[in-house]
Design a protein around this ligand. Structure first.
Ligand code: ZN
Length: 112
């Protein structure tokens, strides 16, 4: 005779869904700053920085001149609006930004 499966599973699913939704909201708040990169204000800050320091300073250290394309936050801003908008900034090529800075930021996130 077939019995109805216990309800435990669907309860667990609900709890997991709720936890997932909370995590999502949290992540969304933490990542709101990603949208700041799309603003005119940021475009101007970036252009100013790349005009002031057109070369990737990490490449310069290695004796190579590479046009910088990334206005990098010298100190990871981690969503802090003051740090995000006022810097300090430095100029990096995409390669150095993606390899060095992303790793530093990920490590900082994990420590958080
Ligand atoms: Zn570089």
């Amino acid at each position: 005779m077939a019995r109805k499966p216990p309800n435990a599973r669907s309860n667990l699913t609900k709890v997991a869904a709720r936890a997932g939704a909370q995590g999502y909201e949290q992540r969304r708040a933490e990542r709101a700053w990603r949208g700041w990169y799309k603003t005119k204000r940021w475009t101007r800050i970036r252009a100013d920085q790349l005009e002031r320091e057109p070369w990737c300073w990490r490449c310069l250290e290695a004796g190579i001149r590479t046009w910088a394309t990334v206005c990098n936050h010298t100190i990871p801003h981690r969503g802090d609006p003051v740090r995000f908008w006022t810097g300090p900034f430095d100029s990096l090529c995409k390669h150095h930004h993606d390899s060095d800075q992303q790793r530093a930021e990920l490590e900082a996130d994990r420590r958080f």
